[in-house]
Design a protein around this ligand. Structure first.
Ligand code: HDD
Length: 756
């Protein structure tokens, strides 16, 4: 009689486990000549590297092939096992009563694999769902020692950190470059306990009291009926709320400015937003606002770039951060503080420090650097680290305390609360990324996902059974002791202080501090966003808010909407501009900037090589763009790897474009191909993808360099050769030198009409 196929199958498996060699085949299938997925081969140690993806440089600018390093492989053992550690001989076929028979319920591996998969997702964050993160180190300058006893701010003290950047409104899978506020949360694993600075890239908030947080988020999230639009503020409910609730005006104006579409997480400022209280060793207190200042300067995309990126590379910011760190271009920020006397009024120069819709201009209170953050290591596993990290503004260390900002008070409740659901129970602090580096000795016990095997019998105090331990510490032994501030007396009321009621002068200061080109962008943003609203009354209210900021802002937006500009309904208080608020002006390092070197793959390859090396020497990242992938001059001694093709390249990725002209083959040789046939064209036909690249780079204010006759390609693209920031040079390195100089200001601002 024929052998039971399931039994035969199991016997084969037993052979493998005994080490009797690979099975010849599974029931019903002939033994293959060469091992395939279904038939495990004899285990090999070390494992073969995962196949790299052809030219590794096409994967990351560093050219590091995934899988090359055994430590970063997904699997560490040679054998696949169940969750219980039993070795498996097949994970590709369900256990069946014969190859065409029904699947058997007794297949534990099938059930375990699918059950685990069914539960792979955890709830996304209710806000800030989409983010990217990196590990790094924070080094104190010691300059804060006069105002705080926090040990990690001491001179040259190094503290490991994990920083997560995020958008606020979008879901986990939404695009990176949407117009939105960005989160900037840093976990400092200090020796005195974990300190979290959970900030944003905008120094003010929409609301003054946390009780309004559900309202503002309900208004900003997609409409509850159709669940659109995703990750956008350009819709009725958002503008309904922010125009009815004018304390949101300041934050909304920042959103409509270039700050709402950062060029990169590496080029964003960060702000603690609230006023915090620092405490020195003697108990003296100082009020402060925290600032992160990026070493690369604060830069933004232009709106069209952000839109294009949303389609061609929704992971634009995530990729940028990862690639920069891979390439060794570690982003850095200085942590700084503005300091204010801790007076009973909690004001500075008439500005209410407890109102989180206020900034204090840097001209009134300079930002004093107190340490340096360097992000130098990408996460190993997105879920384990970036997704599971849990920040909390209440994670404080001795020397840093909170103030009575009513927005902060609600936050101190919300984060722990949301994480209990998101991370399934109260023990998420034991997840590796959330574990403090300081010693933990708590009396918290049991609960979902408890990882510890606690010993002893007395998780309570006082006790006599565990030697009375543990003991509490005094401030002199490093305890976190709340500052005994005097609490103002008063009646219990649901009211905001009178000082919270003026909502337009701070936005007016921001608007008046902008350069003409930044103003032009703000006008365009309001015109777009209000123009996307369906309700006429919301557009009209939006215009009223703008008139109350400044009629000069209101008028062009009203014209764009085709509506009359209303008169202001408030007295327009004069304000002193704060030049520090403008992103235009200043020279910044070009480190980590991405430079396209566009070539037709023939002509001046020596020029391409030289310029590529010069880009690297300048601390930037060269990306060679050619008609097809692979290598240029593949047979030669020094082949050039192509990183992008005319098909995969899009202008938004590059900070500047260099056109490698082709001397000797005619001025129009670069890109002079028939896009369809891929053949060089006889006349002046130029690949439309190259023309689009140049056209966009030009309109987005990017530096363009040509040498060796690329000028005619520019002409075909409609780029005027004498235009600002269009460099014509004798050689690639010369063109690059000028382009690098132009990169220092981020964009060629003269190209924008408002600046022209
Ligand atoms: Fe918040 C997440 C920043 C007000 C409630 N917030 C969250 C994150 C950042 C901020 C960066 C993402 C953290 C991460 O990467 O995991 N939030 C801010 C800033 C605020 C602010 C700068 C104002 C100054 N937030 C705020 C209020 C409330 C919350 C007023 C509630 C009353 N925030 C949350 C939250 C989140 C959160 C619901 C979602 C996921 C999480 O906490 O862990 O608790």
């Amino acid at each position: 009689t024929e052998k039971n196929p399931v039994r035969a199958f199991a016997e084969k498996a037993a052979d493998v486990l005994r080490g009797d060699g690979p099975p010849e085949g599974v029931p019903g299938r002939p033994a293959p000549e060469t091992p395939s997925l279904a038939e495990p081969t004899e285990p090999r140690e070390p494992l073969p590297p995962k196949p790299d993806q052809g030219a590794p440089e096409t994967v990351s600018p560093t050219g590091r092939a995934t899988g090359a390093d055994p430590r970063t492989r997904a699997q560490h053992g040679a054998h696949l096992t169940t969750a219980q550690g039993a070795r498996l001989y097949d994970t590709d076929h369900s256990l069946k009563a014969g190859p065409r028979g029904p699947v058997l319920l007794q297949d534990h591996h099938l059930r375990e694999k699918i059950t685990h998969f069914d539960h792979e997702r955890i709830p996304e964050r209710v806000v800030h769902a989409r983010g990217a993160a990196a590990h790094g180190v924070f080094k104190g300058y010691g300059t804060a020692a006069s105002v705080t006893k926090a040990a990690f701010l001491g001179k040259d003290v190094e503290t490991p950190v994990f920083t997560r950047f995020s958008t606020v409104l979008g879901s986990r899978g939404s695009a990176d470059t949407v117009r939105d506020t960005r989160g900037f949360a840093t976990k400092f694993y200090t020796t005195e306990g974990t300190f979290d600075l959970v900030g944003n890239n905008i120094p003010v908030f929409f609301i003054q009291d946390a009780i309004k947080f559900p309202d503002v988020i309900h208004a900003g999230k997609p409409h509850p009926d159709r669940e659109i639009p995703q990750a956008q503020s350009a819709h009725d409910t958002f503008w309904d709320f922010v125009t009815l609730h004018t304390e949101a005006t300041h934050h909304t104006l920042w959103n409509m400015s270039d700050r709402g579409i950062p060029r990169s997480y590496r080029m964003m400022e960060g702000f603690g937003v609230h006023t915090f209280r620092l405490v020195d060793a003697k108990g003296a207190t100082t009020l402060v606002k925290f600032h992160w200042k990026p070493k690369l300067g604060v830069h933004s995309l232009v709106w069209e770039e952000a839109q294009i990126a949303g389609g061609v590379d929704p992971d634009f910011h995530r990729r940028d951060l990862y690639d920069a760190i891979e390439a060794g271009a570690y982003p850095q920020w200085e942590l700084g503080i503005q300091t204010f006397p801790d007076n009973p009024e909690q004001t500075f120069e008439g500005i209410d420090l407890l109102d989180p819709t206020n900034i204090v201009p840097e001209e009134l209170a300079p930002v004093q650097p107190i340490g340096l953050l360097t992000l130098n290591r990408n996460p190993t596993n997105f879920f384990a680290e970036t997704e599971q990290v849990a920040f909390h503004p209440g994670h404080l260390v001795p020397g840093i305390d909170v103030t009575d900002d009513p927005l902060l008070a609600g936050r101190l409740f919300s984060y722990l609360d949301t994480q209990i659901t998101r991370l399934a129970g109260p023990n998420f602090g034991q997840i590796p990324i959330n574990r403090p580096h300081a010693e933990v000795n708590d009396m918290l016990r049991d609960g979902f996902h408890q990882q510890a095997v606690h010993t002893g019998v007395a998780p309570y105090r006082p006790n006599s059974l565990d030697g009375g331990c543990p003991f509490t510490a005094g401030a002199d032994e490093g305890a976190f002791v709340e500052t005994p501030v005097t609490v103002p007396q008063g009646k219990k009321v649901r009211e905001a202080p009178e000082t919270f009621s003026e909502h337009f002068s701070q936005p007016r200061r921001f608007w008046r501090s902008m350069s003409p080109v930044e103003r032009e962008h703000i006008v365009a943003a309001y015109t777009f966003e209000l123009g996307k609203c369906y309700e006429q009354s919301i557009k009209e209210r939006g215009l009223q808010v703008l008139a109350n900021i400044d009629p000069e802002l209101c008028a062009p937006v009203a014209a764009g909407l085709g509506l009359p500009a209303p008169e202001p309904t408030v007295a327009l208080e004069e304000v002193e501009p704060s030049p520090a608020l403008s992103q235009v002006g200043g020279d910044w390092p070009a480190d980590g900037r991405l430079i396209a070197i566009v070539t037709d793959g023939q002509g001046d390859l020596d020029g391409v090589r030289a310029v590529r090396q010069a880009v690297l020497d300048g601390g930037m990242v060269p990306l060679v763009v050619a008609p097809a992938g692979g290598k240029l001059d593949a047979e030669g001694a020094d082949p050039v790897t192509v990183q992008r093709t005319f098909t995969t390249a899009r202008s938004i990725e590059f900070d500047a474009v260099l056109l490698a002209g082709v001397p000797g083959r005619g001025a129009d040789a670069l890109g002079a191909r028939d896009a369809k046939a891929g053949e060089p064209a006889s006349g002046t036909a130029t690949d439309p993808r190259v023309l689009l690249l140049l056209d966009e780079a030009f309109r987005h204010g990017k530096a363009i360099g040509v040498w060796g006759g690329g000028g005619t390609v520019l002409e075909a693209a409609g780029v005027p050769s004498g235009a600002p920031g269009v460099v014509s040079a004798d050689s690639g390195p010369e063109a690059l030198a000028e382009v690098t100089r132009l990169l220092a200001t981020h964009r060629v601002w003269e190209r924008f009409t408002a600046a022209g």
